[in-house]
Write a protein that binds this ligand. Structure first.
Ligand code: GAL
Length: 672
């Protein structure tokens, strides 16, 4: 099902149950303030379990009926949550199986949130019951827009049930214990299991070295959560088949395979809490956020996603909770829209008087008035989103795909090679993303299982683990004319994390036309160098020594004992070609080499020659209407040349070829 709403959503987490005793005044005021701020959607019920089911089997929906009716009467849509993220105390007392067990095998007490055992039959049953009741009760309610399932799902639990499930999962994956031993290289350190029963999840007091076991556990924990998610949404799918389902994700959270979970969602959504500094460091922050947005759009299959939470002012959980400069909220909000979000939503609508988030930013802050900067800035965002209504539902049409793969990240996190525990996978993928954005290109992010049709260029930095089928897919892609760019530390291990018996990057030897003989790890005082196109570049941290078979060296090392060995190669393969960057460099080489590679592939940037700190993205409606977003992440004015006059999408004002961008701002333009 594709989520479609004719407006951009504006709203946030609304917890009116915290004000039950003042509902006659506060709830009314909430609706009035929401309208004033241009809010058209509120997420309700996220942490409401104790109010919806105050005792086991005793339900009270009367207050929620009132909330839903209030929303409908005020033209506000409900993103209705299932309350599974925070359990009421009675549930833990009556059904202790819901309590999570830590890797040290300690059963947790009741407390906090986001900490249930996803294998607990009691939890599953109680969640199914309450979700069924919610769906039955509100399925025809005019306010119901979509389901917000749980909140920021995370894993993992090490209880005996989870151990049993893990063993079942292993049986299914490996078939026999002999096969498991083979895949986990059980001949090493006598780790040869006689039966599945001998296997325990990794633990600091037990197994912490077997990369096969650790990877399997991560995959299992992710699969177990996705299985739970499917159980959790089963009543929603059955009773409200036309109501879209989402769950809010946490950007680079590594405990869950978001791309896999994404296949179960109707629309992806995430919570964005950047640490803006109000100075030149915001360029870097902005790059990080851009990467995160693009990951979530990838998780949702490159369709529009939702910004489900962001702070309307500061947060209260960072080491230093700074105020933001005026205008930052608009930038943060427009950045989400520019990367494909169809919403700007906040945590939280009204601040509670107590609890650990009482001092967190809110649309309505603790004075309870609208005479605050946060409220004014939120209202400005609301007005802007109304003007940009035509953007809703539009999609990107990027020709470059960048691979970010959670399985590779898990594998590299445990890989004892080169730099101990610090291979910098995420940083490396992000450095490619940042350079491409600064060059004026829009980028889609896929994982190794992703669909490559529609892309001209595929960039896979540090594709250390080649998942089953990935090598063949890349071969096909290049054979058919695609350009593949890959780097050092690629194709070292297969999906079982076993090294290949052939030279790296296996199974991409043919496509890359070279093989790696050795890889050096450089410390922070050791560098190598090479020249390319008349410029000298620095090599840091990782340097592979490769031998070309059919590839042509484009650059060779200039120094160290590897002088004259190739460090940058190209290989013609079928109708396409593959570039291999055997070295970790600074951004200058990435930029220069990608300029050349993309130019040769015939891909022009959306806008060329952007000033430092400026980037561009595009969204298209099905009828071809284009929205161009020009982002200025600096705290200075910037000027950007447009190839032709355009108009501001919000005001219709014509913008001539010289676009002036105010500090930390995003211009949204459309063709005249
Ligand atoms: C999110 C969470 C919200 C709230 C917020 C505070 O991660 O989903 O419930 O805690 O952080 O910034």
């Amino acid at each position: 099902m594709k989520f479609h709403y004719p407006e951009l959503l504006h709203g946030g987490d609304y917890n009116p149950e915290q004000w039950m005793e003042q509902k006659d005044t506060i709830w009314k005021q909430d609706m009035q303030y929401a309208r004033e701020a241009g809010i058209n959607t509120l997420s309700v019920g996220i942490f409401s379990w104790a109010y919806l089911e105050p005792e086991d089997g005793v339900y009270d929906f009367s207050w929620m009926d009132e909330v839903m009716d209030n929303l409908a009467a005020n033209g506000i849509k409900a993103v209705l949550a299932t309350p599974s993220a925070a359990r009421p105390p009675w549930l833990a007392r009556k059904y202790p199986s819901v309590l999570r067990v830590t890797p040290e095998r300690l059963t947790q007490l009741y407390g906090n949130r986001h900490n249930a055992c996803y294998s607990s039959p009691d939890y599953e049953r109680k969640v199914t019951e309450i979700n069924t009741r919610l769906a039955e009760r509100y399925k025809d309610h005019p306010a119901l827009l979509m389901w917000h399932v749980s909140n920021e799902y995370n894993n993992e639990c090490h209880c005996p049930r989870c151990q049993d499930r893990f063993r079942e999962w292993l049986r299914e994956r490996y078939g026999t214990i002999e096969n498991l031993n083979r895949c986990w290289w059980g001949g090493f350190w006598s780790h040869r299991y006689a039966s599945f029963e001998e296997i325990e999840s990794p633990s600091p007091i037990g197994e912490s070295c077997s990369n096969g076991l650790i990877q399997a556990w991560k995959r299992f924990s992710s699969d177990n959560l996705i299985r739970f998610f499917k159980t959790e949404i089963a009543p929603l799918r059955r009773l409200t088949p036309d109501v879209p389902v989402t769950t809010n994700l946490m950007y680079l959270f590594s405990g869950l395979d978001y791309f896999r979970l994404g296949r179960e969602l109707d629309i992806a959504s995430w919570d964005n809490y950047p640490t803006w500094k109000g100075d030149e460091r915001d360029v870097e922050t902005s790059r990080e956020v851009a990467f995160n947005h693009d990951i979530i759009r990838g998780v949702g299959g490159q369709k529009p996603f939702l910004l489900m939470e962001s702070s309307p002012s500061s947060v209260n959980w960072q080491p230093i909770n700074r105020l933001r400069k005026p205008g930052t909220l608009m930038y943060q909000s427009m950045q989400a829209i520019a990367h494909g979000s169809d919403s700007v939503q906040y945590f939280q609508f009204r601040a509670g008087r107590g609890g650990s988030e009482q001092f967190h930013g809110a649309v309505i802050e603790r004075t309870g008035t609208t005479n605050t900067r946060a409220f004014r800035e939120v209202s400005e965002v609301g007005a802007m989103l109304k003007h940009l209504k035509a953007v809703a539902g539009s999609e990107t049409r990027n020709r470059i795909a960048l691979v970010y793969d959670i399985d590779v990240r898990w594998a590299l996190d445990e890989a004892s090679l080169l730099h101990k525990n610090k291979q910098k996978y995420v940083e490396t993928v992000r450095s490619f993303h940042s350079v491409l954005s600064a060059m004026g290109y829009g980028v889609d992010i896929v994982d190794e299982t992703g669909d490559l049709s529609g892309y001209d260029v595929l960039i896979a930095p540090m594709a250390y683990e080649t998942r089953d089928g990935y090598g063949e897919k890349v071969q096909e892609f290049v054979k058919n004319g695609g350009v593949y760019v890959t780097t050092y530390v690629s194709g070292y291990v297969n999906e079982e994390l076993l090294t290949y018996m052939d030279a790296d990057p296996c199974p991409l030897n043919e496509v890359t036309g070279m093989h790696v003989d050795e890889c050096d790890a450089l410390d922070d005082r050791t560098f190598a160098h090479f020249h390319w196109n008349g410029k000298k570049y620095r090599v840091k941290e990782m340097a592979e020594l490769a031998t070309p078979t059919t590839a042509v060296p484009l650059a060779v090392y200039a120094d160290r004992f590897y002088a004259t060995k190739p460090c940058f190669t190209v290989n013609e393969y079928g109708k396409g070609r593959c570039y291999y960057i055997a070295v970790r460099t600074d951004a200058d080489f990435l930029r220069d080499s990608l300029t050349c590679i993309l130019g040769e592939a015939g891909l022009q940037p959306i806008l060329p020659r952007l000033p430092e700190g400026v980037s561009v993205t595009e969204r298209y409606q099905e009828d071809g209407t284009r929205f161009l977003f020009v982002h200025n992440a600096t705290h200075e004015k910037q000027h950007v040349s447009l190839p032709k006059a355009m108009k501001e999408a919000a005001s219709g004002k014509v913008v001539y070829e010289q676009l002036e961008l105010g500090e930390l701002s995003i211009a949204v333009l459309t063709d005249e």
